[in-house]
Design a binder for this molecule. Sequence first.
Ligand code: SF4
Length: 352
Amino acid sequence: DGYQTVPVFFVRRIVEAIKKVGGVPFVTDNPTSVYNAAYRGYTQETCGCPIIPVAGIKDGYVTKKEIDIEGIESINAGGALLDADAIVNLVHAKGHGNCGYGGAFKNIALGGYSTSSRWNTIHGVVQRDSYFDESKMTKEHLEKLRAACPRDAPRWNEKEKKASLMFYNCDQCHGGKQLCVEADEGKTGWSINPANFDAFQELMAAAAKIILDSFDPAKIFHLNFLLDITPYCDCMGMSMPAVIDDIGIVGSKDIVAVDTATLDLIAKQGVNESVLKKIPEKYMRVNPDLSADLHPWQLIHGPLKDPYKVVKFGEARGMGSSKYKLIEVLSAEETATMEPPKHVYESGPSFY
Ligand code: SF4
């Protein structure tokens, strides 16, 4: 429910371009985003086409798809999305608490499925690899770990009487002393296990492949908007500082290439240090050494949230190539030498 999403200005232009070549476009997203779309400026009138929930009105219009990752056997793909003949993946490139980066893979992998698959199955995969001995964990002991963690990541579920780590919050103490592990004193074997972080990225790649395999490869397009690059995804529904300056828009028919190029461009741009330094620690802790040899998303979300993992899993599954060639369209140099448009102020209805 945030406002830092793909600007409707661009959505409208893409919709118009699709209509111009004879297409009948619609915009789709999860049910909540569709029902609240008008609050963020997306309406049929502004987009120029209908806005349809990805899995129908009650999130039940789905196709069960088989998958074999970490014991997960199936996930429910959104029926409205699968009804489309072509897909233009409009992506707000930004950070993500679980994996460092949310881009083209994340947009398809999480946006393409029903709510239960998205939240319980795909997000829930981080809990699959054991990282403590449940039989030795008590509520009191968990509270000790929680008190030690500045990110409030160890959690106790009173209903299920179970402990868990909220991977989204955990920044792995940025490679320093892991305060929760220290507080555990070996009692439950509590650990920060890299496999849990990787499982989410592998499942994202597999889930995105299922959706993309449903389309003719010639009818798949990805557009990553590297604008208003916030540290977390828009689901948080709050305004966030742009921690990386605007870069532009990256487009490709290859999902591996588009996300690799986006990550490389973000790495080249680097973090906006003056913005990062103003963010209170309660909200986000960043690596104390901003010159460390890590990607900007790792400096923000921790070294185990390697944003390139998802593209590597995708490339290994034959989804595309990380070897790309950037062709710059309308560079600053090019636009500086262009004939300026014959500008007419207030060319529409005007009262002066
Ligand atoms: S590693 Fe650090 S941030 Fe993560 S749960 Fe432990 S104390 Fe919290």
